[in-house]
Design a binder for this molecule. Structure first.
Ligand code: FAD
Length: 491
């Protein structure tokens, strides 16, 4: 194919990955990023000598990172170092009892036998059911679903998963203990979906994690972003930071370039948007061109929750606690509290917390004798009308009081640097519709062919990469979306 001039809007994992893939094929690629740093949700906050991963910290799908670097004849290990994290997650209940989730199945089975002896056999069956889901063969890549017929591509895996309506019910066939049911079905919450309303298909993510592991990049996720930026520059790609795209310019239904906020125009043969899908259609494209992807379509969709995130550095270490690198805290009445966030759009501060303690694996990201944490709490998206300019402080206090009482003694007196994100960050800084932290929920009616397509049906030389398009949110899915767009452009 003749080299094309390609403009990418946004430098999240999706934008950078597809940028590398296309630059490696000899295309002339430029990325325009609104913020002052590349990475999007994988932004890095640095205060004094503390480094905080802004977003993704559970790194899965290393084989996909390898695919992207291999397209340029490189290896990820030439650019950053991934180390395995074990356990993958330490999952706590309200009483502080924990379950270590990892790919050490006998060890997990022994814990199940101790926590709920009657569930040991069921746990074995659950693991067998996971193994029965067909795996992708090495090197095999799923394809984007552009035709309704493509829905049948997932049929073999779906048949193996049976008729259970949701992931929680699927796990409940095998497990009786309520805490273990929750611990073995929480995964959708890490990508903005509801375990009580998500198709068991998402078990495929758990299966992938069990097969390929969970990793941490030394130095933090910023090392992967820096590695991708380095590769992109070596491939002669250009990144423009602090440069927001204001409009996608079209002529006779085809995109011809973008207009930037400063009104300058950049011509292109094709455009890829890594910005939020709804933002792209609603704010960057003239209404007359929104034929298949109208406002009403997006209004009818269901969006993920938003997040309240506290990044905090302490002047002492907390290695004398029973915390692990990735901690999941589930509090009763868990189901009701999760439904408060999704359906009743009510705050539910400590129902589900993810507490990241990376200094256990990598002490270089904080000053000596210090700890660098982040805690993430799902909150209703902006459909709730909560006024975050008013409630942030008290919400922060509720979470830190809880952590102080149960996990981190005297934490408030030991914090030396602190920063918060609220839903307003996702809405205003990242241009995400309703401040949803993970875009549209991965529910059946918004997955596969039903999810916004990677190639626009309205403007054929406009493509989409990232969490809002197929296959969905989370790092592995976003990397797949980049491989999808590369396939579509170069087929
Ligand atoms: C707090 C948090 C924790 C997470 N933890 C994990 C985890 O542990 N593991 C995991 O796999 N996933 C995790 N995720 C999900 C994962 O981070 C995202 O799914 C993924 O990073 C999204 O990448 P993306 O390519 O879709 O784009 P984004 O990261 O959303 O980037 C889009 C970029 O587009 C830019 N942009 C928007 N509009 C414009 C415009 N008009 N002009 C120019 N630029 C524009 C934005 O500034 C942004 O940089 C987490 C998410 C969050 C928020």
């Amino acid at each position: 194919m003749k080299p094309k001039k390609i403009v990418i809007i946004g430098s999240g994992f999706g934008g950078l990955s597809v940028g590398c893939l296309l630059a490696a094929r000899g295309h002339q690629v430029e990325i325009f990023e609104k913020r002052d740093q590349p990475g999007g949700r994988a932004y890095t906050y640095t205060f004094n000598q503390f480094t905080f991963d802004g977003g993704p910290s559970v790194i899965t799908g290393p084989n996909l990172l390898e695919k992207i670097f291999k397209a340029a004849g490189k290896k990820p290990s030439d650019y950053f170092q991934l180390v395995p994290v074990n356990p993958f997650y330490r999952i706590f209940n309200s009483e502080g009892v924990f379950f270590d989730y990892s790919n050490n199945i006998p060890q997990m089975q022994a814990q199940v036998a101790q926590l709920s002896p009657g569930d040991a056999a069921g746990f074995k069956k659950l693991m067998e059911a996971l193994t029965a889901i067909p795996s992708k063969k090495p090197g095999e890549l799923p394809a984007p679903q552009t035709r309704m017929l493509d829905l049948f591509k997932n049929a073999p895996a779906l048949i193996k998963l049976g008729n259970e309506p949701d992931l929680y019910e699927f796990v409940s066939q095998f497990i009786q203990d309520e805490f273990l049911k929750h611990a073995l079905s929480f995964h959708p919450l890490l990508i903005g979906s509801n375990p009580f309303n998500t198709h068991p298909e998402l078990l495929m993510n758990m299966k992938m994690e069990l097969e390929t592991g969970v990793f941490y990049p030394i130095g933090g996720t910023k090392s992967i972003i820096a590695g991708m930026v380095k590769l992109f520059n070596e491939l002669k790609g250009k990144i423009h930071l602090n440069t927001e795209v204001d409009q996608i310019i079209t002529q006779r239904g085809r995109a011809t370039g973008v207009r930037l906020k400063d009104q300058s125009i950049v011509q292109a043969d094709l455009i890829i948007s890594n910005a939020d899908t709804v933002h792209t259609y609603q704010s960057l494209i003239a209404p007359a061109l929104q034929k298949k992807n109208r406002n009403q379509r997006f209004k009818n969709m269901e969006y993920s929750f938003s997040l309240f995130v506290i990044y905090f550095g302490t002047k002492r270490r907390y290695t004398d606690t029973n915390l692990a690198h990735h901690n999941i805290i589930l509090n009763a009445p868990y189901k009701k509290l999760i439904e408060d966030i999704f359906y009743r759009k009510r705050l539910s501060p400590n129902s589900f917390l993810y507490l990241h303690m990376p200094t256990l694996t990598d002490a270089t990201i904080a000053p000596e004798g210090s700890e660098s944490f982040y805690v993430m709490s799902p909150v209703p998206n902006l459909q709730s009308k909560l006024d975050w300019t008013q409630i942030s402080r008290s919400y922060r206090d509720q979470i830190l009081d809880y952590l102080e009482e149960h996990f981190l003694p005297d934490i408030k007196a030991n914090i030396v640097v602190e920063h918060h994100l609220t839903p307003l960050h996702f809405d205003q800084t990242l241009n995400s519709y309703l401040g949803a932290a993970y875009g549209a929920q991965n529910i059946p009616q918004q997955s596969n062919w039903f999810r916004p397509h990677n190639q626009s049906e309205d403007i054929r030389n406009l493509y989409f990469v990232g969490a809002g398009t197929q296959p969905g949110a989370g790092l592995p899915a976003v990397l797949y979306s980049a491989l999808f767009v590369d396939q579509l452009i170069n087929k």
